[in-house]
Design a protein around this ligand. Structure first.
Ligand code: MN
Length: 254
């Protein structure tokens, strides 16, 4: 099994090392192509207005001066000698739950794989405390990663779908199990805009990601994580809201 790994936290991200450890339990044919620097929150951005540079770290380890989507594209088209069987994105430092998915470089890297018809899985480690920064513990992902991945690597997945996995912020022994759940939603859009002044006195703004209120609907990824389970959510790329399509079509019928 040929596996391509990426991580939107960058080529040096601790979560990428964690993912490599998980992937090696399934295959020795592992390739890495990730952004040079952190690209969290870049969503599915593709670099178009400037060139992308590829850096070789060793025979199967590369980084790009672009987005997570750029990294997957370069991995598939320029780095690997043949298409991967599987693309794994993560393990991200922080949650990719509910509406986070639309911002997520981690999930978007897996979307790029799904668009290419490759089995693609995004993995994220939720963390509990504000300001943990570089010290996010990945122990739940390390211990449970292979157990979650094993069925996902041989279950048939329809075209244009991918799987989003989140690990709860718990020591491995306290993780209650794995639940297949749907995507939840946050009650409000994203958080604060922090205002400050740079050393020369000019104003800057910085988007904050403080806790977002949400209703823990039954059967959602948010609820699973809150209750101490690993969430596994199949995602589709068709964003059409099918149940309102008919009513809208009627408005354009003369
Ligand atoms: Mn990230």
């Amino acid at each position: 099994m040929r596996i391509l790994l990426t991580n939107d936290d960058g080529i040096h991200a601790p979560g990428l090392k964690v993912l490599e450890g998980i992937a090696r339990q399934f295959s020795d044919d592992i390739w890495v192509c990730a952004p040079d620097e952190e690209q969290s929150g870049m969503g599915h951005a593709l670099t178009l207005a400037r060139p992308v540079r590829l850096r070789k770290h060793d025979d199967r380890r590369f980084s790009v001066t672009g987005t997570p989507t750029d990294a997957v594209t370069m991995g598939m088209r320029k780095v690997m000698d043949a298409q991967p069987d599987v693309i794994l994105s993560g393990v991200n430092r922080g949650a990719n739950l509910a509406d986070d998915i639309t911002y997520s470089g981690t999930v978007s890297a897996a979307i790029e794989g799904a668009l290419a018809g490759i089995r693609s899985i995004a993995l994220s480690q939720v963390y509990a405390k504000e300001g943990m920064g570089a010290d996010v513990p990945f122990s739940a992902a390390i211990e449970w990663g292979a157990k979650v991945l094993a069925p996902l690597l041989d279950t048939p997945l329809p075209q244009r779908t991918l799987v989003n996995v989140n690990f709860p912020p718990l020591p491995p022994a306290e993780v209650k199990g794995i639940r297949a759940v749907r995507q939840g939603f946050h009650d409000y859009s994203r958080g604060t805009v922090v205002e400050g002044r740079d050393p020369r006195g000019f104003k800057y703004y910085w988007f904050g990601l403080e806790a977002i209120e949400h209703t823990l609907d039954h059967g959602t990824d948010l609820e699973a994580i809150d209750e101490g389970y690993i969430s596994v959510t199949p995602l589709q790329l068709d964003l059409t809201h099918h149940s309102s399509l008919g009513a809208l079509a009627d408005r354009f019928t003369s």
